[in-house]
Design a protein around this ligand. Structure first.
Ligand code: AMP
Ligand code: MG
Length: 487
């Protein structure tokens, strides 16, 4: 266990130099205070969880203090936003403070979001408000606990610093952790600004540090791209299987590591709705729930374009062709497990699709349905669940297929099936209204709710005593919350 001043830095991205990032100091928050910290994320840095409560913790992650070995840098990148290319983006309100390595030899980027203006702030104030910082914190840690690859969050620091959005709010910072903060948009930036030397340096950096096993392959860059395709297919399969809607899948928000990244107006589905749009500025539904699958491929093809200096177009195309089948295989595998199946049959895909259509038509709660399906023997569970469906005959027909399928699946005991299903079907997810309750309390200075919610979501598959209120469908007010995109 380390104290805060014992972190070991090795700032590999900063060493790439000024073509890649700009030195900027954090702009401190006034009266910084700990809102919430993640002990699990602190463990990634070997930090003693008790240090979160010390004043120096809030000073460091509220931008008032800095380690001597930190080298805060704002990274430059670009990207396709809603399908159109924006030539220059970059860390407009976040700074890569430095890279820390832990006792296990893993490197973690410390990225402070809400740290003030940078050369890439454009018209923005460089700040993040408490509301969006809490949402990013909760989502990062909740996704990780669900087994969905994600950037992590160490803490949220609140303050008295006024920040103007639609109304006056308070500034906050979230300390984000990831093995890298390099995005698809980094490659696009050097490609479209026609800087082949830096582009090659970036590619070599990513290959060496993040995909070292690909260096053994005959075509290392192609192997790396293939790995990125595979990771994205798997990540998006998990989003779809668990009902996570990212909301802003611009290529500047896509990580080169295939982790969920840059949380904005994201949402988990309450009622199943394939057409759900969580981002209210997404008028055409480009990033609707079901569109996330083809958009994943669109984004990978934008990355592929930026990799044409290193890889032949034919090889890129062929590799891109792997995305959809890989996605489908991962998705079906997860959905089979969510249904309690251990074997594969040809008609399983149809069984899933039929169920989702029924859920869509009746607005069935996506998370609770699967949880309850595992609560009891299949035949009993479906008789209880049928009341949630408007089309009872349709559901009965599905239930008949399902119970027959379960019977064919294998001969483990009911208890085994239940344990297996509960291990993949969460009881607790980050519903928008739960986040909103925690935010409302935090905005009035009470951080107990955000801390409790974080704790509940850190064990989403485990039923926790006295936490029934976190495993309910949303109340009417919480069903269609408009999440502000200004964050
Ligand atoms: P996002 O929608 O959060 O992914 O941000 C898109 C771009 O806008 C990134 O370059 C951000 O750094 C920048 N940005 C977003 N909000 C702000 C802000 N309040 N101040 C400065 N830049 C911002
Ligand atoms: Mg972004």
């Amino acid at each position: 266990m380390k104290a805060l001043d014992e972190l070991t830095f090795d700032n590999r991205f900063a060493r790439l130099g000024d073509a890649f990032s700009t030195h900027v100091l954090p702009e401190p928050l006034d009266e910084p205070r700990l809102v919430v910290a993640s002990p699990a994320a602190m463990a990634l840095l070997d930090l003693d969880p008790a240090v979160a409560e010390t004043p120096v913790f809030a000073e460091l992650f509220g931008g008032r203090k800095l380690w001597a070995e930190a080298e805060p840098r704002a990274m430059v990148y670009s990207g396709h936003q809603f399908g159109g290319y924006t030539p220059q983006l970059g860390d407009g309100r976040g700074l890569l403070l430095g890279e820390v390595y832990n006792a296990a030899g893993e490197h973690w980027d410390l990225h402070l979001k809400g740290a003030g203006q940078t050369p890439y702030s454009r018209m923005g104030d460089g700040r993040a408000v408490l509301r969006s910082s809490i949402r990013e914190f909760l989502a990062s840690e909740a996704l990780h606990a669900l087994g969905i690859p994600s950037s992590r969050a160490l803490c949220v620091i609140g303050s008295s610093t006024p920040v103007w959005r639609e109304k006056q709010e308070r500034g906050a910072m979230v300390l984000r952790l990831a093995n890298s903060h390099i995005r698809f948009g980094h490659f696009e930036y050097f490609y479209y600004t026609k800087k082949p030397e830096q582009q090659a340096e970036l590619a070599e950096h990513v290959l060496k540090l993040h995909y070292p096993e690909c260096r053994e392959q005959p075509e290392p860059y192609l192997a790396m791209f293939r790995e990125i395709v595979e990771r994205n297919a798997e990540m998006i399969a998990k989003w779809q299987a668990y009902g996570f809607c990212h909301g802003v899948m611009n290529t500047d928000n896509m990580s080169i590591l295939g982790i969920t990244f840059d949380f904005g107006p994201f949402a988990f589905l309450d009622d199943f709705d394939a057409h759900f749009i969580c981002n209210h500025s997404d008028h055409d539904g480009r990033y609707s729930f079901s569109n996330q699958v083809p958009i994943g491929q669109w984004n990978l093809s934008a990355l592929a374009q930026a990799l044409t200096p290193f890889i032949s177009v034919d090889a890129l195309k062929e590799t891109l062709g792997l995305y959809l089948p890989l996605y489908q295989a991962h998705y079906l595998d997860l959905m089979r497990r969510r249904l309690g199946l251990t074997t594969a049959e040809d008609d399983d895909q149809k069984l899933v699709e039929r169920l989702l259509k029924l859920m869509q038509n009746s607005g069935v709660d996506y998370t609770l349905f699967f949880r309850r399906l595992g609560d009891e023997p299949a035949a009993l569970a479906v008789t209880r669940l049928r009341d949630d469906f408007v089309d009872r005959a349709g559901f009965d027909a599905w239930a008949e297929l399902y119970t027959a399928r379960i019977a064919r699946d294998g001969d483990d005991t009911e208890a085994q099936r239940r344990a297996r299903m509960h291990a993949v079907n969460p009881l607790y997810i980050l519903r928008n209204y739960l986040a909103q309750n925690a935010i409302t309390a935090a905005e009035s200075g009470d951080y107990s709710e955000v801390r409790r919610l974080h704790e509940v979501l850190s064990k989403p598959f485990e039923e926790q005593a006295g936490m029934e209120q976190y495993a309910q469908r949303p109340p009417d007010w919480g069903k269609h919350l408009e999440i502000s995109c200004s964050s």
